[in-house]
Write a protein that binds this ligand. Structure first.
Ligand SMILES: [Zn+2]
Length: 493
């Protein structure tokens, strides 16, 4: 039994010297000389792209003694599937099978390595919270993405779609995921009104995702309360919400809201599908009783069509109770929601505001053809004092350039001053939303006619809304934000 280096010396230095001496000899099989190498794993399976595993190998001499000085070199038979660095740290970069080799001078060992992607996550990317008419097919296919545990998309996975117990039907019962790991099926609502559900699942796994669908008007305005509110206040908001949903009859393209906290007022992080308009509502002290009652505006716009998708409304806590008591709250809320929908806040972007007062203009006016026609029809044909449709030129930033001109429109809801005793939402205003690109139901307009020249009614209490336009930097949503991009191996090594 030859001496091993372990027993040959009492110190590491001595052991090292002996190992070197043995390696330098000519016998080729002596103690300390590499005789074979063994990778610790006899095989290995990766279940996600980007997954790492540290392989180790042991080089031994003919007697099973560890050859400490042996330099092990690692390699992969297919670097498009498996990469390995000099320390044996391997990374799965593509699906398939590769051989991993550990080599020391004169010896080598290989193990088969399988890289597959096990479905670990099923995420809804489009189509949740949609609505259509009874019996109607939803505008956006129910779409999910299948990814591995490291969020890398998996192509070629069968996804099953099924209607819930409420009825309705899916267009395709089984759809195979494509390059981006997504699969989608159309969905047709049943004849009954109300809520519907549908599920997507990956057979053979516990992965499932549920869609909530419904019959309703196609335009969905959603309020997101950031804090508590009195029931009367909530009711006023719900009434205003219902009103706008009845006025706007066209669905907007589905989108995905991936927006960061405080990017639209005091909102939290948002990471979810969006259809059609989400409004954050904040009730907070602004400037005491009177003054600013509320402020509102859009901050994110739909990628397709460019209409507002996310906005914010702030209401002065010191004014709410008084407004609710006097019955004016719903009118104020309706007015502020109009700003989030784009009234006065989305005009310049679309080139529909001419001669703006805040840029030195003297006769700001809205140039939309539909609103101009309704203005003429309501009595404005006799208006010769300036260009049509006249926009507010007074009261400074926050009011000017974003409301109908009070001196012409008087009681109309979308002037900067609220008139107690009736604030009609006119066909002119509804037409202005059609000019922005909305589909509107003109029959929802309230009776309103212009008197030219206007005569301010006496004895009517008037309430300036006061600097209520919120202007955020306009940003577009990215409807593909939810889709994880295809995996690309890191470069540089
Ligand atoms: Zn306003």
């Amino acid at each position: 039994m030859p001496l091993t280096f372990r027993s040959a010396g009492a110190t590491l230095l001595a052991a090292t010297a002996l190992t070197l001496a043995a390696c330098g000899g000519d016998d080729g099989n002596g103690p300390g000389h590499a005789d074979h190498i063994t990778i610790a794993d006899t095989a290995y399976q990766f279940v996600a792209l980007g997954q790492n595993h540290l392989f180790t190998a042991r080089v031994e001499d003919a007697d099973g003694g560890l050859v400490r000085r042996a330099v092990v070199q690692w390699s992969s038979s297919d670097p498009a599937i498996l990469r390995v660095n000099g320390d044996g740290l391997a990374t799965a970069v593509g699906t398939g099978t590769a051989l991993l080799t550990a080599a020391a001078p004169g010896v080598l060992d290989t193990v088969p390595v399988v890289v597959m992607q096990a479905p670990a996550l099923l995420t809804i990317v489009f189509g949740d919270r949609q609505s259509s008419n009874p019996g109607g097919t939803l505008p956006t296919p129910l779409t999910v993405q299948v990814t591995d545990a490291l969020h890398h998309p998996i192509p070629g996975v069968d996804v099953s779609f099924a209607a819930g117990p409420e009825g309705g039907s899916v267009g395709s019962a089984v759809v195979t995921t494509g390059f981006e790991g997504t699969a989608g099926s159309s969905f047709t609502l049943g004849a009954g009104t109300g809520s519907y559900t549908a599920t997507a699942s990956v057979p053979g796994t516990a992965l499932t995702a549920s869609f909530t669908l419904r019959t309703a008007g196609p335009f969905d305005l959603e309020l997101w309360w950031l804090g508590p509110a009195e029931p009367a206040v909530q009711q006023a908001f719900a009434d205003a919400e219902e009103r706008w949903e009845a006025i706007i009859t066209g669905d907007l393209p589905d989108d995905y809201a991936l927006i960061s906290a405080y990017s639209c007022g005091v909102n939290p992080d948002v990471d979810r599908p969006l259809d059609d308009l989400l409004i954050f509502v904040t009730i907070t002290p602004i400037d005491g009783p009177g003054g600013v009652l509320g402020q509102a505006g859009p901050c994110y716009f739909h990628e397709v069509g460019g209409l507002p998708a996310v906005g914010s409304m702030f209401f002065d806590a010191d004014d709410l109770a008084g407004l609710a008591q006097s019955g004016q709250l719903e009118a104020v809320v309706l007015h502020e929601m109009g700003h989030v929908l784009g009234f006065g806040t989305h005009w310049s972007t679309l080139g529909l505001l001419a001669d703006p007062a805040l840029q030195g203009g003297t006769d700001p006016h809205f140039t939309g053809a539909l609103a101009t026609a309704e203005f003429d029809a309501a009595g404005g044909a006799a208006y010769v004092a300036g260009a049509k449709v006249p926009v507010e030129d007074q009261y400074g930033p926050g009011t000017a350039d974003g409301h109908w001109r009070e001196s012409v429109f008087l009681t109309e809801l979308m002037t900067g001053i609220l008139d107690f005793g009736g604030t009609p939402l006119s066909a002119i205003t509804l037409a202005s939303f059609a000019d922005l690109g909305y589909t509107v139901d003109g029959t929802q307009a309230e009776p309103f006619s212009l008197v030219i020249p206007a005569i301010q009614p006496q004895g009517v209490r008037r309430l300036p809304l006061g600097r209520d336009l919120l202007r955020f930097p306009p940003r577009r949503l990215d409807r593909r934000a939810r889709i994880q991009p295809p995996y690309r191996p890191p470069t540089g090594h």
